[in-house]
Ligand binder design. Structure first.
Ligand code: NAD
Ligand code: DAU
Length: 348
């Protein structure tokens, strides 16, 4: 297999690259633009492996993408490259339209150009999100048949890219797979997202911003479980199908922040007092989705995937990882994170 992974220097992409280098002997090329969210440090440990290649490239650069398809003769693609943060999508939606919509179309078209009509043993795997389904009330779950109802520029751009993927399947016969995963957490997570942000802020003695009443619910999955699901879907998913990925782990944001504070109190006590003293209620995110919850029965039943981590084991490993990697934390804090802090809703 000659596999292209886009966005392999980001949070989930780097975990997928590391996972597949460890579990397969596939040739893997990682194409990444290295935006603020892409970090070569995330893959330091696999640099130099003979079956791993990195190319700094922008998926919206059509000529470059076509040239890389010729150079590497990819047979399979896992497409993760995206602008991924909802808050940033509210501030700069066009960047999301460009990368998430146009970039996906350019990759789909590159497949058609490179593979002509010979789709045997070829696959385009699109990594999407549960946010395309919109926001749930107090009950119910997102299934693969839930109608699309995206509500932020980010989720709308991901929904648009999903539709392009479906269209290329129905119109050109391109073999495609799409997965919709819930909120991931784990190592190498850029600290604009809730869990790493809270860990970084707490360790610096800074406020822990809770948007609105903090009772919004997200469904959390440890990133390595997402990687295992991606590998399983890539190998056994039925082309043309979509699969939801989630670990049945609904938590309110306030519970998440309190759990992280309690773990830090245990593992790195602060002489100034419990970390929860830093919790600060701030202005809500505009259009904030209230609740996400994934019905993962299809992937469990059809592909036999189940998460290995509970939220309790996963969040403990995650907090411990940030404490054990002060160099990575310092590196990120001195770079793009420094410019971002203070930009999120509470601080404005
Ligand atoms: P991330 O922001 O951490 O990483 C995105 C990566 O894409 C970065 O390495 C960045 O440099 C690269 N990139 C951005 N624009 C690019 C461009 N124009 N050309 C090439 N590379 C570009 O994102 P993540 O959290 O790892 O998410 C990865 C994918 O998974 C995204 O498609 C996202 O929508 C999806 N997803 C994320 C979550 C989550 O909880 N983080 C959940 C479900 C789905
Ligand atoms: O559901 C999957 C999605 O999860 C992915 O598609 C996105 O790429 C990913 O960013 C994530 O989106 P969220 O918006 O749910 O993640 P975020 O970490 O930004 O926020 C999680 C919740 O915490 C959300 O309800 C907003 C809230 N929040 C977030 C931040 C950054 C706060 O209360 N305070 C904060 O400072």
């Amino acid at each position: 297999m000659k596999l292209l992974i886009t966005g392999g220097c980001g949070f989930i992409g780097s975990a997928v690259v590391r996972h597949l280098i460890a579990t397969t002997d596939w040739q893997i090329a990682n194409i990444d633009k290295l935006t603020y969210a892409g970090n070569l440090e995330n893959l330091k440990d696999i640099e130099g492996k003979p079956n791993y290649h990195f190319e700094k490239a922008d998926i919206t650069d059509e000529a470059r993408i076509d040239q890389l398809f010729l150079q590497y003769s990819f047979s399979h693609i896992i497409h993760l490259a995206a602008e991924s943060h909802v808050d940033r999508s509210i501030m700069d939606p066009m960047a999301f339209v460009k990368t998430n919509v146009l970039g996906t179309a350019i990759l789909l078209n590159a497949c058609i150009k490179a593979w002509s009509d010979n789709f045997k043993d070829k696959l385009f795997y699109h990594v999407s999100t549960d946010e395309v389904y919109g926001s749930l009330g107090e009950t119910g779950f997102f299934t693969e048949d839930t109608p699309y109802d995206p509500r932020s520029p980010y989720s709308a751009s991901k929904a648009a890219s999903d539709h392009l993927v479906r269209a290329w399947h129905h119109t050109y016969g391109l073999p495609v797979l799409t997965t919709h995963c819930s909120n991931n957490y784990g190592p190498f997570h850029f600290p604009e997202k809730l869990i790493p942000l809270v860990i970084h802020q707490a360790l610096s003695g800074k406020p822990l911003p809770i948007y609105g009443d903090g009772m919004q619910i997200r469904d959390w999955l440890y990133v390595r479980d997402h990687c295992r699901a991606i590998e399983r879907v890539l190998q056994a998913g039925e082309p043309g199908q979509a699969y939801n990925i989630g670990g049945w782990n609904e938590k309110a944001n306030l519970d998440i922040v309190q759990t992280v504070c309690a773990l830090l109190d245990e593992l790195r006590p602060d002489p100034a007092g419990p970390y929860r003293r830093l919790i600060t209620y701030v202005t809500d995110r505009p259009g904030h989705d209230r609740r996400y919850a994934i019905d993962a029965r299809k992937i469990e039943r059809e592909l036999g995937w189940r998460p290995a981590e509970t939220f309790e084991t996963g969040i403990r490993k995650t907090v411990q990882w940030y404490l054990d990697h002060p160099d990575w934390v310092a590196d990120v804090q001195s770079g793009a994170y420094k410019d971002w802090v203070g930009q999120n809703y509470g601080a404005r």
